[in-house]
Design a protein. Structure first.
Ligand code: HEC
Length: 166
């Protein structure tokens, strides 16, 4: 039993020393154009998913109507488009970021499958260590819901709303 505990402690010490030497080596990826750290994507995605999951229950206090979708367009054009792109124009600045901001009006980047409460949570609180800002001190609750409704209906927007996106 003693040997087992000693082996267990030494195992953890070796992991921590190895990780420390790796980050001190000057070869760990810190530039935005290098790949992720080992396990970085797994830990970041798992932590984000676990934290955000309860927000799936949040219901929008606003209905999906053209006033709110146009309100969402105003918010999006001024606060989001330069990172998340527009329907026919991907963001140039996104190419230099890590992680890359998803292009929210492309088939691959849309969040239309996410419950609107999850999108609202991300807009309100931001995503740490990613460049995604928290907007709770910049936008009103109404504006955050409007832009969240816009994104969750990005694949079925009325033509006039789509045209109002820059
Ligand atoms: C400075 C750049 C930047 C701005 C401005 C920005 N975002 Fe983001 N956003 C990001 C990045 C980077 C991510 C990816 C985070 C990650 O990979 O975990 C992200 C992620 C998201 C996600 C999650 C996407 C997914 O696939 O789950 C949503 C939703 C989102 N942003 C909405 C918005 C909205 C709405 C605005 C404007 C109110 C906005 N963002 C403004 C950089 C930005």
């Amino acid at each position: 039993m003693k040997k087992f505990i000693l082996g267990w402690i030494l195992g953890w010490v070796a992991i921590f020393v190895g990780a420390f030497l790796y980050v001190r080596s000057g070869h760990a990826p810190v530039a935005t154009n290098s790949g992720p750290l080992p396990m970085e994507t797994f830990f970041a995605k798992t932590a984000l998913h676990a934290t955000v999951a309860p927000a799936a229950k949040l219901k929008s206090p606003l209905p999906v109507n053209s006033d709110n979708l146009f309100g969402g367009v105003m918010v999006y054009n001024h606060n989001c488009a330069f990172c998340h792109g527009e329907p026919h124009q991907n963001s140039k600045i996104a190419e230099g970021m890590f992680p890359r901001p998803p292009q929210l009006f492309t088939a691959h980047g849309m969040v239309t499958d996410d419950p609107v409460g999850i999108t609202f949570w991300k807009v309100k609180n931001g995503i740490r260590l990613s460049g995604m800002p928290a907007f709770q001190s910049k936008l009103s609750q109404e504006q955050m819901w409007q832009v969240s409704l816009l994104l969750s209906h990005a694949n079925q927007l009325p033509a006039a709303v789509g045209a109002a996106l820059k």
